[in-house]
Design a protein around this ligand. Structure first.
Ligand code: RAM
Length: 916
């Protein structure tokens, strides 16, 4: 009797656990190759990922089963005609490689997954879908590139080149009922696509820019619902983007040009009876340059004459007799690739906060935020009235626009009215970086309601939130968010406002890593690494700007080295080993090239930018000339190269080229030796001229002999704390490591001082002086305008990494990349009294919310399902710690203490930790 009872209990409790679990576990996000646009995937073995969400603690995946089908019907029937993985015993829930039937070009794949966990099983609620792109050139061969390779009235090639947008159209007759249809478009530089008058997709400024002589991205859209049996109209508008870049014709040697805008498109239609049709660009398409977009140029702005609108141009039965036949034009030259990263989108709106009349009779509009995008205009008036909008980041003391720092960019949009009641307009092929707009042409004073700011950046998710007890740090975080997002333009650019806007490598060396906490930037940076690879010279050289729209092939370590550090970021933060394998041969080639050409007596002798943009001796300078502020270039390049060798050692294991390790190892120890011999001052325990950067680099990279580390650190601290009175003295190089190294060596309080400073030079000084983004220069409010953008992200250094890893305590364990295990070790004593932060990792949301007062510490944390965390509590008194109101000692067996902390490994779930 007794036995039976026991048995029964067991069954019941088992049953309750699994029944509970069934309702509490779900799979929220299914992802394939981390794509935003799941059409036109460019790999035949995509990686599949899913996130398990659970409201119960301690959920670990034990196995999974993926079903992939060629149609939704088949998938719903459980028929995995492409792939049924069977039940695979594995805890892998991210980057699982598709291993089913060989996928064909343009094939649709529908998939779902069932996960089995220690707490029950769950099936994905959503169905994921992707389609394969076009892998062969043969498929495109009979599709012709078309365009119009001449200038029209009003166009010019000059310092401020002008070119009117191209409008193209084609009517097609579909004889039968459409079952499915996909369109593949390469519209260079920028395109908008319409079918029967409707815009296809919500992307703007598409596609992402590349060096079009190397590779060209096509976009894919499912347009089944847009087409009907009978006549249909296809229409496109082509803008200049980075293709027609004849602007600044005074520097032809520097700025790469590609020619006039052009396009290639193919539309694949399948009818309900199974037959198929392909519509391709050819010379039966019609073209005109005589539309309303008179000029469109990223730097100078867009001009639009609404009187020239061609009503119905993108619908059927439009009279296009006056249009020309499209010309066959040359292919741009690059390979055709499916675009795997996000296009830009209008991601938000900003309402202006004030409108002030100027003595000139114009108005100054204040958006209240330095933003990137454009202004939507609402206006009533007569045909021919002109509204002019000039964009700038700040104002002069007299209230007029400050435009000196834009250099020769005109940043002006002009709208000419058609005079038909209320007219609403916004540009299509340009963007501006601005807070203020000077508006002229209104007959009477406009109202705030006439304008809306459109915030434009890559369509990627914001993944991080951060709030703390320090208002300055919180405002810096917001400014960083605006700066980073605004400079995501299908590639990371340096600034969005002046006549530059280039993807400079050195601005992102460590920045990309900090940014990855705020944005899901995986596909953006994976694409950028391809841009960098494609810009490599035959010898192995990597430029400072990639795509190399500006030709800077000067060779140095710090800017090109970003190629390697960004790959490392993708590995650490997203667990992306595939990107490392892919880029490895080219990274190695560059490392070898630098070694062969510039390593002399084990010192890397080539540097170009030094510690770029240190706070200068005079507030109006851009660059310091004072030798005591500058760090030796060869010291910087040697230390950096040493660090890159260490990353390459790790990569060699991932890429399975282990023979390289020995070489990297030997070279690294030679460089370390030569470096210490050359730069270490034995008598003073510091390096070279004792700048912060000179001491910081060898300390951070592990080049300082063990027994001297503490002494060198003391030299560094003395410089920061005493000589510089608790202020930064570093530029783009040193600032990348400053905050973490101070904290890791036990001076989190000094790092906190730097982060919360309001006096010059500091990030807080920017905030105090009205910055709503991050400046290019520490002295951005006083420096020479020749190089002084108010929206640059490079001086962030490692600040954001420090916010997350050291203040919130959200860090991926380097042993388990991609946050499979999280290290939660906030520095509770640095100076903050609370932090509330979250990060959406590839496994799910990580939260850290702590508060410290006289009564002790309360810390709420969330660890995503299928991960774990090592959690550090700032006490050695284990009995003072509770977890969910239970004594820690009763809660967990995996407790370790060191001289300051108690560490416990916790499985997934939400916990309230208390230290009394
Ligand atoms: C300037 C830009 C950029 C920087 C280069 C070296 O043109 O500000 O950010 O990387 O210089």
């Amino acid at each position: 009797m007794k036995k039976f009872f026991l048995h029964l209990t067991l069954i019941i409790s088992l049953f309750t656990i699994s029944a509970k679990a069934q309702t509490k576990i779900s799979i929220s996000d299914l992802k394939c190759e981390m794509l935003t646009n799941p059409e036109g995937i460019d790999v035949l073995q995509p990686r599949l990922s899913w996130k398990i969400k659970a409201t119960i603690n301690d959920v670990k995946q034990t196995s999974y089963q993926i079903i992939a089908s060629s149609s939704l019907e088949k998938l719903n029937e459980g028929n995995g005609d492409l792939w049924d993985s069977g039940k695979v015993e594995s805890d892998a829930s991210v980057n699982v490689i598709y291993n089913g039937k060989k996928l064909k070009d343009r094939q649709d794949v529908y998939w779902n997954v069932t996960v089995f966990t220690n707490k029950g099983e769950a099936q994905s609620k959503e169905t994921a879908h992707f389609s394969i792109g076009i892998s062969t050139y043969a498929d495109w061969k009979s599709t012709r590139w078309i365009g119009y390779e001449k200038m029209s009235k009003g166009d010019s090639i000059s310092q401020y080149s002008r070119l009117s947008a191209r409008y193209l159209r084609k009517e097609i007759d579909l004889k039968k009922k459409v079952k499915s249809a996909k369109v593949y478009i390469m519209g260079m530089g920028l395109y908008e696509l319409y079918i029967n008058g409707n815009k296809i997709g919500d992307q703007v400024l598409a596609p992402v820019p590349t060096d079009y002589t190397k590779n060209i991205k096509y976009n894919v859209f499912d347009v089944t619902s847009q087409l009907k049996e009978g006549k249909n109209a296809l229409g496109t508008i082509l803008g200049n983007g980075r293709f027609f870049t004849m602007r600044q014709d005074y520097k032809p040697y520097k700025i790469k040009t590609f020619g006039y805008p052009k396009m290639a498109l193919q539309l694949f239609v399948e009818y309900t009876d199974g037959s198929k049709d392909v519509i391709r660009t050819d010379d039966t398409w019609k073209i005109t340059t005589d539309g309303p977009i008179l000029s469109n140029n990223e730097y100078d702005g867009e001009e639009y004459d609404a009187r020239k609108e061609m009503k119905g141009w993108n619908t059927i039965n439009f009279d296009d007799k006056k249009w020309l036949s499209a010309e066959y034009v040359q292919e741009p030259g690059g390979f055709y690739e499916g675009q795997m990263s996000a296009n830009m989108k209008i991601k938000g709106e900003v309402k202006p906060i004030s409108l002030t009349q100027t003595p000139k009779g114009t108005c100054i509009l204040d958006m209240g935020q330095n933003m990137v995008g454009w202004l939507q205009l609402k206006v009533k008036g007569n045909a021919g009235d002109k509204i002019t909008m000039k964009f700038a980041e700040s104002l002069q003391p007299d209230g007029s626009l400050y435009i000196a720092n834009l250099r020769d960019a005109k940043t002006t949009d002009i709208y000419t009215l058609k005079g038909e009641g209320e007219e609403v307009w916004e540009p299509r092929f340009i963007f501006h970086g601005f807070r203020f707009v000077e508006i002229s042409g209104f007959k009477s004073k406009p109202a705030l309601e006439n304008f809306v700011g459109k915030v434009v950046y890559d369509d990627i998710q914001t993944t991080g939130t951060f709030d703390s007890s320090n208002p300055i740090m919180n405002q810096i975080f917001k400014n960083a968010w605006w700066g980073i997002s605004g400079n995501y333009k299908g590639m990371p650019i340096d600034c969005p406002q002046r006549n530059e806007r280039q993807p400079w490598l050195g601005d992102r060396t460590t920045g990309a890593y900090g940014e990855s906490f705020l944005f899901d930037n995986q596909t953006l940076y994976a694409k950028w690494l391809d841009d960098i690879k494609n810009s490599q010279t035959i010898d192995g050289g990597i430029p400072d700007v990639a795509p190399a729209f500006w030709r800077y092939y000067g060779d140095n370590v710090t800017w090109p080295g970003t190629y390697i550090t960004v790959a490392d970021m993708l590995y650490q933060q997203f667990g992306d080993a595939k990107v490392v394998e892919k880029q490895y041969p080219y990274m190695k080639k560059w490392m070898d090239y630098m070694e062969e050409n510039y390593l002399v007596d084990d010192i890397m002798t080539k540097d170009k930018y030094g510690d770029w943009c240190v706070p200068p001796e005079l507030l109006e300078l851009i660059r310091s000339k004072d030798p005591s502020r500058l760090t030796d270039g060869e010291l910087i390049s040697s230390a950096f190269y040493y660090q890159l060798l260490n990353i390459m050692k790790k990569f060699a294991i991932i890429a399975n080229t282990q023979n390289d390790i020995k070489h990297y190892d030997e070279l690294a120890s030679r460089i370390k030796k030569a470096f210490n011999a050359k730069y270490f001052n034995k008598d003073k325990n510091n390096y070279a001229n004792n700048t912060v950067t000179a001491n910081l680099l060898p300390l951070t990279f592990g080049m300082v002999p063990e027994e001297l580390k503490q002494k060198v650190f003391e030299s560094l601290v003395h410089e920061v704390e005493v000589t510089k009175n608790g202020h930064v003295s570093t530029g783009v190089i040193g600032t990348q490591f400053l905050m973490r190294t101070l904290t890791n060596f036990g001076r989190g309080d000094l790092a906190f001082k730097l982060a919360s400073n309001k006096t010059y030079p500091s990030w807080g000084y920017m905030v105090e002086n009205g910055a709503t983004t991050i400046w290019e220069l520490w002295n951005g409010n006083t420096a020479d305008p020749a190089m002084n953008s108010q929206n640059h992200v490079m001086l962030l250094g490692d600040l954001l990494i420090w916010y997350y890893e050291n203040m919130a305590g959200i860090k991926s364990n380097p042993e388990t990349p991609g946050f499979k295990q999280i290290v939660m070790k906030p520095d509770f004593n640095a100076g903050l009294t609370y932090v509330n932060a979250s990060y959406e990792s590839i496994y799910g949301t990580i939260k850290s919310d702590w508060k410290k007062d006289k009564k002790g510490l309360v810390w709420n944390i969330t660890i995503p399902a299928n991960t774990s965390a090592i959690v550090y509590l700032p006490t050695t008194n284990v009995s003072s710690i509770t977890v969910n109101k239970q004594k820690l000692t009763q809660f967990s067996a995996s407790i370790k203490t060191d001289s300051n902390n108690t560490a416990v490994t916790l499985p997934s779930g939400s916990y309230v930790l208390n230290v009394k």
